[in-house]
Design a protein. Structure first.
Length: 238
């Protein structure tokens, strides 16, 4: 093993270097002094594997019914399903986030939300357009009011040019007069136009315009800003 000196050291039998008496391995050559087995240390000590107390397999994730319903409402609802699609889509995504992986279908819910919000935006634009048409139509003088006609004493008769937008026979008759700063147009409609509107434009100034919303056949009137230069009116029904 090597002779131990009084100084508390010993000589390595392999490399003859002097090391501490209690050393079990030479710090110069790396040889072990006793049984040549590496002592157990905290670094190389292996801990026993931990037991898996929750070895039960997790159930397979299922698709959220709200997510699928949201997508179907948006896809097949024709605009009427937009609100249910948005509501169910939001509920489905919240449900999926809280399920810790046991519920899937976030893609279905997201698609339903996108389609639902898109349909709501389109419906909002359509509603605004219809409201604008209704207000424009209501601003025209109602039938039977004291609007000057060609039977009165106007400044002069105005020629009416009719464009029926490929709907022949739509306009039965039309006449217009200028009175002061306005041109008054009276016309009859035999059936409802495809888009339900008739627009009047003054010529040659052309910068004045009025629109009337048509709901049923009958007589309608438009009041358009005019001037002394106004010689005709273009009536377009679509």
């Amino acid at each position: 093993m090597g002779q131990v000196a009084e100084t508390g050291t010993k000589v390595c039998p392999y490399c003859s270097e002097r090391v501490r008496a209690e050393a079990v391995k030479c710090r110069f050559c790396g040889e072990w002094f006793q049984d040549r087995t590496q002592p157990e240390t905290a670094a190389n000590r292996q801990s026993p594997p931990l037991e898996n107390h929750d070895a039960r397999p997790r159930p397979e994730a299922h698709t959220s019914g709200r997510a699928i319903a949201s997508f179907l409402f948006a896809l097949l609802g024709g605009g009427l399903g937009a609100i249910p699609a948005v509501v169910l889509g939001r509920q489905a995504r919240q449900e999926i986030r809280n399920s810790e992986g046991s519920i899937k279908g976030d893609g279905w819910a997201y698609a339903g939300l996108v389609l639902g919000w898109t349909q709501l935006a389109v419906l909002g634009v359509v509603a605004l357009v219809m409201m604008g048409n209704a207000l424009s139509g209501s601003s025209a003088p109602p039938l039977g009011s004291n609007v000057p006609t060609h039977d009165g004493n106007p400044d002069g008769h105005i020629e009416v040019q009719v464009d029926e937008a490929n709907q022949p026979g739509l306009v039965g008759s039309a006449s217009a007069v200028r009175d002061g700063g306005f041109v008054y147009v009276k016309f009859t409609i035999t059936r409802r136009p495809i888009l339900g509107t008739c627009d009047g434009y003054t010529n040659p100034d052309g910068g004045h315009y009025s629109e009337r919303f048509i709901t049923d056949p009958g007589e309608y009137r438009l009041r358009i800003h005019g001037s002394e230069e106004t010689r005709s009116v273009l009536l377009i029904c679509v």
